[in-house]
Design a protein. Structure first.
Lengths: 368, 316
């Protein structure tokens, strides 16, 4: 039996994950390519990438400040938080509903230790506050991860939801640290270089920079040894364990990385809203992040940003179609439709449409 | 350390401080302590009724039904409407149970059955359904607080009790109802054919199907029963806790914690978890109001850290 036949036999039966619908497309590169090739990325650039980059860079100059700030800025911030969930769920196989909680912890830290309109804030130096916020968020994410990874896949949703809602009640009922129901108002970014980072143009580019950083970070990690090991653990933890990988440690590390991404997104989202309250981390927002991630598709890091864009557009313009109060019904219905008919989200719809168009062409092969 | 001692250690570590606190509470204010004990047990009864449905569905079908809270709310609102129209509390209870069971049955037959082995996808569907149901209920019943009255027989206090002097009759009945439902569930699961099939399905779904049982029927019945229990809890809770849109989140969280602490798929575990949660919440509220949530959190974290499957959970 040749090596290829053996590999095929080993991989066919046991290795296919039970839910194949949310796994990202696997890389087809041979595993012995370990040379660091920075210019390899340049070779892969196509016209569509250049177009997208140009469009994204020129967008704020052609669109109104409302669209730039309310739609695009919010999409980048939310997309970053949802990216942390896509990373965990798509590449790690763990659906955690506590990503918004981690983002909220970062936001609350910025509000409590930095300056805000509420008297409880300590007013420490902004740089220190930001470092502290990310440190606390990563710590919280690691703790949540450590508590959740020792049980099986479907438990993770329950446990993380319980922890997320528990933290919500803590923030709601505690007045000495979290200021209870009102939370912290007027949480604005510091005025570095004399710019108001909350005005449309600067905020757009700030959010864009971090969103791009998150996107490329996830892309890089997915092909680094850690990311490949993580995907292996997603597909078959027993085999990875037998190969000598510490499954628990990899999973907790994935939570920590996702926590870092969510922290940055959380700080941006808090600055966008200008406030942080228990309502920002309540159950509806925990579920909204999941909706955004599923909506866009968990196969590729661009998915959460697409999902966030659709979500924000629905949220902003749904008033014109239906009552503002029935927004939850609309988003719930859209989510239900996506899960029932296209579990891969928009990216899945797109790739299926493309496959169908290609099949309609002269010759094509369905082999991936 | 002998194995005996190692098994005893966690009990000692948890039990001794609790015993000390209990003695202090009794000496300090016996009435408050005992009333809080009864309050905690009755709250735990309500949590048990709701969480038992959740754990049945999870244990058998590996489906984390996150629409459980919405079903609670549905049963409560419908029961409230029936009670208003007919004036009979029993009819309201039956109606709440029936409507929630029907909703659960429809969910299972129309949607969940078609995603048989995709646990994650089923869970996501229940999340979507919970959002839709909750918003529909909000639309129909608005955000007003609805308070249902206890039946005439159970209104008012029971007097002439030893230390506590008087206690609400309705809350006593809650305790009794919880016990009744617990015993009935135990009898159903352990002494009937359907229960035997459910227990077999919890252990090994595939073998159950191979043995010739109509697994889809068993699933449908179990889901309907689990959902019905949530609706039943909703009507009962409507008297004690009142119906507000946020209650579905609260009861869902309580069910999750009960099942995580007590163990998945175990009704006795749900009883233990519910008692622990009810007591922790009530004692926290009575003795340290600002930190009661922290106690619940702490228990959850401790159980997850040392027994990830719950107190009575076993390997899936």
């Amino acid at each position: 039996m040749s090596a290829a036949q053996w590999r095929k036999a080993m991989n066919s039966a046991a290795a296919t994950p039970a839910e194949g619908w949310n796994t990202p497309a696997r890389s087809t590169e041979p595993s012995n390519v370990r040379v660091f090739q920075p210019l390899a990325a340049v070779r892969g650039i196509r016209a569509i990438h250049v177009l997208v980059v140009l469009a994204v860079l020129l967008f704020p100059f052609v669109a109104s400040p409302f669209l730039t700030f309310q739609v695009a800025g919010q999409s980048f911030a939310l997309g970053l938080i949802a990216l942390s969930l896509t990373f965990l769920a798509g590449y790690g196989g763990m659906v955690s509903l506590a990503q918004m909680t981690v983002a909220g912890i970062a936001g609350y830290t910025v509000a409590i230790f930095g300056t805000s309109g509420t008297a409880l804030s300590l007013g420490w130096h902004p740089a220190l506050v930001l470092v502290l916020a990310m440190a606390f968020a990563v710590l919280a994410a690691t703790l949540i991860g450590w508590l959740s990874v020792r049980t099986e896949g479907i438990y993770t949703i329950m446990i993380t939801l319980a922890m997320g809602v528990g933290f919500y009640y803590l923030a709601l009922q505690n007045y000495s640290v979290f200021n209870g129901f009102q939370g912290f108002q007027k949480v604005y970014p510091p005025a570095w270089f004399g710019t108001d980072w909350r005005s449309p143009l600067p905020f757009y580019f700030l959010a864009l920079a971090f969103a791009a950083a998150g996107y490329f970070l996830v892309k890089y990690i997915a092909r680094a040894p850690f990311g490949i090991a993580l995907q292996g653990i997603r597909d078959n933890p027993r085999r990875m364990n037998a190969l000598g990988y510490n499954v628990t440690a990899h999973r907790v590390a994935a939570y920590a990385v996702a926590g870092l991404i969510a922290a940055v997104g959380g700080i941006l989202f808090t600055w966008y809203n200008g406030l942080i309250t228990p309502g920002s981390i309540g159950m509806s927002w925990l579920i909204n992040i999941l909706v955004i991630a599923v909506l866009g598709g968990m196969r590729h890091p661009i998915g959460p940003f697409l999902g966030a864009l659709i979500f924000v557009l629905l949220q902003t313009f749904a008033i014109d179609l239906i009552e503002r109060e029935r927004f939850n019904l609309v988003i719930g219905g859209v989510f239900l439709a996506i899960v029932l008919f296209s579990p891969d989200g928009l990216l899945g719809l797109w790739s299926r449409a493309r496959a169908r168009l290609r099949r309609a062409g002269p010759t094509s092969s369905n082999v991936r | 350390m002998t194995p005996w001692q190692r098994k005893l250690l966690p009990w000692l570590l948890v039990g001794v401080p609790l015993a000390v606190l209990a003695v202090w509470g009794l000496v300090d204010n016996a009435r408050l302590f005992l009333v809080t004990l009864l309050n905690g047990l009755t709250l735990g009864s309500l949590y048990f009724i709701v969480a038992s449905g959740f754990t049945l569905v999870f244990g058998l079908m590996r489906n984390v039904n996150l629409a459980h809270g919405s079903l609670y709310l549905l049963g409560g609102y419908v029961g409230f409407t029936i009670a208003e129209k007919s004036g009979s509390w029993l009819l309201a209870v039956a109606g709440g149970f029936a409507i929630a069971a029907l909703a659960g049955l429809l969910m299972q037959l129309l949607i969940l059955r078609h995603m048989q082995n995709q646990d994650l996808r089923q869970t996501l569907v229940t999340i979507g359904l919970s959002i839709v149901i909750a918003d529909l209920l909000l639309w129909v019943f608005t955000g007003q607080v609805h308070q249902m009255e206890a039946p005439a027989l159970l209104q008012g206090p029971v007097r002439d009790l030893p230390v506590i002097k008087a206690y609400s009759a309705y809350r006593f009945s809650l305790l009794g109802l919880g016990l009744l439902i617990g015993v009935a569930l135990w009898l159903l699961l352990n002494r009937t054919r359907v229960g035997m099939m459910i227990r077999a399905g919890v252990d090994d779904r595939a073998m159950l199907a191979a043995a010739g049982v109509n697994v889809n029927l068993v699933f449908a019945v179990t889901f309907a029963l689990g959902a019905g229990l949530a609706g039943l809890g909703g009507v009962i809770g409507a008297v004690e806790l009142s119906m507000v849109p946020g209650e579905d989140t609260r009861l869902l969280l309580a069910s999750l914690i009960v099942v995580i602490v007590g163990g998945m798929g175990s009704v006795v575990g749900a009883a233990i978890g519910a008692a622990i949660l009810g007591l922790a919440e009530t004692y926290g509220l009575a003795y340290a109001p600002t930190y009661s949530v922290v106690f619940t959190f702490l228990i959850l974290v401790l159980v997850l850290a040392f027994r990830p499957r719950g107190i009575l959970g076993r390997a899936a």
